[in-house]
Design a protein around this ligand. Structure first.
Ligand code: NAD
Ligand code: MG
Length: 395
């Protein structure tokens, strides 16, 4: 038996990070934690360090690093504590690392995820915002470094499983007609439209099928999550936006489908538990036990499908617009959305205003071609500023 693979978990204290550690703990002979990162939940990060004894831990700043370093030393651990983007990039690209779980939420994950890609690692991508922002550069870096990019988003992991191994030749070449991206429709799928202005962050975060971080929960409620996933799918599978159809499937049992020219439609099914795509990507091309219960089709009994309603979910239309525009548009969309979601979670704006902010930012300034990472970071910063102005004007 070969030595265990060394795994860096970026965003270890989050929902995906914890599910990843749960899978790793089931297979100590296969996987060892090399590094863990956390941002605000430092007590949790400390407990995770005690449990997994990583070589490195990474926190936000020098003060937090000193505090964690002291308590880990006092507990007899040799873990070295680093901080900031630099620390994250170091543990993502370290020569001793085999695989990196990119599970930081939002644009904050871009640099370390790219660092892992550029170092040619096996990259398990949960941080969809990183790919949405920098799509062309990101995929170019994957090709140049030979990194193995495996999608963790359940939909994209499902599509990956339903595509043939040589899909990189081109979807048309391998006989794919379209990709069908399933969406639960979130907690407001049937809420009367006139009540959407009154919904609370708690209601938005109460997802019917999945337990997730707060930002992605709000994105699921607005269906911006599906919009970001549409852009993610275009980059991962080299698809045109028109080749990706969104299908509402409230039970979240079919995680997505691939429609072939001969009329065959392949789907991947499973209980809605992220440990399935995480285990799939960790062990790929092998299969390992994930701890997820077997699917009980008799208990599920029925599977429903609906077309999405763009009046109810304007964010989906805005994301499709950004996907078609290309260039810096997806980075602008993502940045405006991050600011808007944070404002909604702080109760500064109403739920429907998330889409209003994104619409005004996306349509204030034309997108430009992406030359380099700087173009992306400038577009991100400007979109955040514009969204900030929108919030200030509103008071
Ligand atoms: P979460 O909020 O539960 O966890 C986020 C993690 O990122 C935490 O460890 C946090 O400490 C860290 N973090 C937050 N801000 C940071 C910053 N500025 N710098 C460094 N680290 C920071 O989120 P989650 O639900 O685990 O989602 C993580 C990513 O995975 C997101 O991109 C999300 O879209 C994606 N994803 C999540 C799920 C899910 O089921 N939760 C499913 C598919 C994709
Ligand atoms: Mg998803």
């Amino acid at each position: 038996m070969s030595a265990p693979q060394q795994i860096t978990v970026l965003g270890a204290t989050g929902s995906i990070g914890l599910s990843t550690l749960d899978v790793i703990a089931r297979h100590p002979e296969r996987y060892q934690v090399f590094a863990l990162s956390g941002f605000s939940r430092l007590v949790e990060l400390e407990s995770l360090c005690m449990l997994y004894r990583p070589r490195y831990a990474v926190v936000a700043d020098a003060a937090a690093a000193r505090a964690l370093q002291d308590s880990l030393h006092a507990a007899g651990l040799a873990t070295r504590v680093l901080c900031g983007d630099e620390g994250l990039c170091e543990v993502a690209a370290h020569p001793d690392v085999d695989a990196v779980m990119a599970a930081i939420v939002g644009a904050a994950g871009l640099k370390p995820t790219l660092a892992a890609v550029e170092a040619g690692k096996k990259v398990l991508l949960a941080n969809k915002e990183a790919l949405v922002m920098s799509g062309a550069l990101f995929m170019q870096a994957v090709r140049q470094s030979g990194a193995v990019l495996l999608p963790i988003d359940s939909e994209h992991n499902a599509i990956f499983q339903c595509l043939p191994g040589d899909y990189a030749r081109g979807l048309q070449q391998v006989g794919v007609r379209r990709i069908m991206l399933t969406a639960s429709g979130g907690p407001f799928r049937e809420t009367p439209l006139e009540q959407l202005a009154g919904v609370t962050p708690e209601q938005a975060c109460a997802h019917p099928n999945w337990s997730m971080g707060r930002k992605i929960s709000v994105d699921s409620a607005s269906m911006m999550n599906k919009g970001l996933e549409l852009i993610e799918a275009c980059w991962l599978f080299d698809a045109r936006p028109a080749q990706v159809e969104v299908v509402i499937h409230p039970q979240s049992v079919i995680h997505s489908l691939v429609d072939y020219v001969d009329g065959s439609v392949l789907a991947q099914l499973g209980n809605p538990d992220m440990r399935t795509p995480i285990s799939h990507a960790l062990a790929w091309p092998q299969r390992i036990d994930s701890g997820v219960a077997p699917l009980d089709l008799f208990a599920i009994a029925r599977l429903d499908f609906q077309a999405p309603d763009e009046q109810r979910f304007p964010c989906l239309r805005l994301a499709r617009q950004a996907a078609e525009q290309g260039g810096t548009a997806p980075a602008m969309l993502n940045a405006a959305n991050e600011v808007a979601v944070a404002a909604f979670l702080e109760r500064r704006i109403r739920f429907p205003e998330i889409a209003s902010i994104i619409d005004s930012v996306l349509n204030a300034e034309p997108a430009i071609a992406v030359e380099d990472l700087d173009t992306v970071l400038v577009a991100d910063r400007q979109a955040r500023e514009r969204a900030g102005h929108w919030l200030n004007r509103r008071g």
